[in-house]
Design a protein around this ligand. Structure first.
Ligand code: DAH
Length: 342
C-alpha cells in the first residue's frame, strides 16, 4: 500500500470506529489509537522520508487534512457522547418524590421515669432537694446507723446481697437519710430516689432489683401532721383529688412511731375489689418520725429537732397509676409495651 492509500484507509477506519463509539472512554482510546504519539497517523508520517521532494508537501497536506478531519470527527462525537452520558446519568439518579420518606423512631420516657419525674417535681415544689447515694453500700449506712444492728430481726425481711460482711448492695434508700444527715445541718428536706436490691425470685410482684423513693425532713417542730400532709399532697398529684391517704401503725427500727402508708384503691374508690384484694386500700410504703436515737447518733439534738421520713416503692406507684398487674413489664423493656406511654 502506498502512503496515499494508507492515509485513506486510516480515515475510513477512523470514521467506522467512531460510528460505533458510545462512551467517552472508548472515544479517548480511539483518539490515542489514531492521533496519539505512537498512533497510526504518526507511524505513517514517519515514512515520509522515503518520498521524493515533490511528493512530500502533497502527502504532507493530505496527512494534515486527515488529521484535522479525524480531530473534528472526534470533537463532534465527544459532544454527542457527553449528551448521551448526561441523559443516562439523569435517568439513573432521578428521584421519585412520591416515595414515602424514612421516618426516625423516637425514644419515649420509661413509665418509671414518667412517674418519678412527677414525684420529684412535686417535692421540689415543696422545697426538697434531690440527693443520691451509692448502690454498693456499707452495712453501716444500710442497717447499723438506721438502728438495725447485726442480729436484728428486721434484717430477715430484707434478704441481702453481701460482698463482704461490711459491704452490700443496698436494700433500701433509707441509707441515704444517714448520708444526708452526716453532710447537712437542719433544716433538712431531701428526696432520694434510686435502685435497691434484695434476694428474690422474679414473679408478677417481685424483682431482685426495684426502686424506692426516700424522703427526709428534719427541722424544729416537725410532727406527724407534716408527714401526712406531704404524703397526701403527693398522692393527689399522682392519682387525682379523690384519692385518700391512710397511715396506720407499723414498725421500723429507724422511726418512732412508725407507719404504713396506703392510698385508697382508685379502681373501686375504697369499697374493696379484686385489684385491692377486697381491702379498699393499697400499700405504697413505710414512714414515721425519725427515731431520736438515729438523730442523736448523727449529732442532731433530738430535744431541739425532730424529723419525719418515708420510703415508697416506685414500681408500686407505676403499676397502680397505669393499672398494670405485672412488675416484669417494667423490667423487660419491650418496645411494644413502652410505646403505650406518652
Ligand atoms: N426502708 C423501708 C423499707 O424498705 C421503708 C421506710 C420505712 C422508709 C420507714 C423510711 C421510713 O424512711 O421512715 O421497707
Amino acid at each position: 500500500m502506498d502512503i496515499r492509500e494508507q492515509l485513506k484507509s486510516i480515515r475510513e477506519n477512523a470514521v467506522n470506529a467512531l460510528n460505533e463509539t458510545d462512551s467517552s472512554e472508548k472515544l479517548e482510546a480511539l483518539r490515542v489509537q489514531y492521533l496519539g504519539k505512537k498512533g497510526e497517523l504518526t507511524s505513517v508520517l514517519s515514512q515520509m522520508g522515503k518520498l521524493s521532494a515533490e511528493e512530500r508537501p502533497v502527502i504532507g497536506q493530505i496527512a494534515n487534512e486527515v488529521r484535522s478531519f479525524i480531530e473534528n470527527e472526534i470533537k463532534t462525537k465527544r459532544e454527542e457522547v457527553a449528551k448521551i452520558e448526561m441523559e443516562k446519568r439523569l435517568a439513573a439518579e432521578s428521584i421519585d418524590v412520591t416515595l414515602p420518606g424514612n421516618s426516625n423512631v423516637l425514644g419515649k420516657k420509661h413509665p418509671l421515669s414518667i412517674v418519678l419525674d412527677e414525684v420529684k417535681d412535686a417535692f421540689i415544689s415543696m422545697g426538697f432537694t434531690i440527693v443520691s447515694g451509692p448502690e454498693v453500700e456499707y452495712d453501716y449506712y444500710n442497717f447499723e446507723a438506721l438502728n438495725i444492728p447485726k442480729d436484728h430481726p428486721a434484717r430477715d425481711t430484707q434478704d441481702t446481697f453481701y460482698f463482704s460482711p461490711e459491704i452490700l448492695l443496698r436494700t433500701q434508700t433509707s441509707s441515704v437519710q444517714i448520708r444526708a444527715m452526716e453532710q447537712m445541718k437542719p433544716p433538712i428536706r431531701v428526696l432520694s430516689p434510686g435502685r435497691v436490691y434484695r434476694i428474690d425470685e422474679v414473679d408478677a410482684t417481685h424483682s431482685p432489683i426495684f426502686h424506692q423513693i426516700e424522703g427526709l425532713v428534719v427541722d424544729k417542730g416537725i410532727t406527724m401532721a407534716h408527714l401526712k400532709g406531704s404524703l397526701e399532697l403527693i398522692s393527689k398529684k399522682l392519682f387525682g383529688e379523690d384519692i385518700k391517704t391512710r397511715i396506720r401503725p407499723d414498725y421500723f427500727p429507724f422511726t418512732e412511731p412508725s407507719a404504713e402508708i396506703s392510698i385508697s384503691c382508685f379502681k373501686c374508690g375504697g369499697k374493696g375489689c379484686k385489684f385491692c384484694k377486697g381491702e379498699g386500700w393499697i400499700e405504697i410504703g413505710g414512714a414515721g418520725m425519725v427515731n431520736p436515737k438515729v438523730l442523736a447518733n448523727l449529732g442532731i439534738d433530738p430535744n431541739v429537732y425532730s424529723g419525719f421520713a418515708f420510703g415508697m416503692g416506685l414500681e408500686r406507684l407505676v403499676l397502680r397509676r397505669y393499672n398494670i398487674d405485672d412488675i416484669r413489664l417494667l423490667l423487660e423493656n419491650d418496645v411494644r409495651f413502652l410505646n403505650m406511654f406518652d
